[in-house]
Write a protein that binds this ligand. Structure first.
Ligand code: GLN
Length: 188
């Protein structure tokens, strides 16, 4: 079973992308509570608004349940907001809740406002073909600790990292028709 965190954000797009990459609908589950998380073997944290989702995740115990699942080796992938939630720290926002499962610092909205959102080709280590990176008020990784490995850069800025079975991308593969990253995650 694969879970998609469905508190807020573009989780429906991840569900569609998983279906397009060949995952049966019956094996995909929306996750909002620790009980729902207990049903899944891997988890996607979608794009959305990290302040809101972090607060709710923390309040309803989902954050702690995700940290416990990660400790047992569950693969987790965060896209954009999802990567912010996975980070060890968030630049200039020391009080914002995060799961601290990726040894990275991130800067939110690092490419500017909504009007500065863009799409461009990105090369990702472990993926055969370059993919279309959709950057929407996207974060960049400003610091990578020893536990994390950079898997993607855009104009020198780190936009993809992996730490064991935890994956973070600044961009949104779920908003393209390219399923390479979904397939890569499903193999972790
Ligand atoms: N700007 C959002 C945040 O900081 C992330 C945007 C996204 O997920 N596309 O939470």
């Amino acid at each position: 079973m694969i879970g998609v965190c469905a508190i807020q954000g573009d989780y429906a797009k991840h569900i569609e992308a998983l279906e397009h990459s060949g995952v049966p609908t019956a094996s995909i589950c929306e996750v909002r509570t620790p009980e729902e998380l207990a049903q899944v073997d891997r988890l996607i944290l979608p794009g959305g608004e990290s302040t809101t989702v972090g607060l709710l995740m923390h309040r309803y115990g989902l954050g702690q349940a995700i940290q416990e699942a990660a400790a047992t080796g569950m693969p987790i992938w965060g896209t954009c907001m999802g990567m912010i939630l996975l980070a060890r720290s968030i630049e200039s926002l020391p009080d914002q809740y995060s799961l601290k499962l990726l040894d990275i610092s991130v800067q939110r909205n690092a490419f500017g406002a909504q009007v500065h959102s863009f799409e461009d080709e990105v090369t990702v280590d472990g993926i055969e073909h370059p993919t279309l990176g959709v950057f929407i008020r996207a974060p960049i990784v400003t610091e990578v600790g020893p536990a994390a490995v950079v898997i993607a850069r855009y104009h020198g800025k780190v936009v993809g990292v992996r730490q064991g079975k935890i994956l973070g991308t600044s961009f949104h593969p779920e908003l393209t028709s390219d399923q390479q990253l979904h397939q890569y995650f499903m193999k972790l």
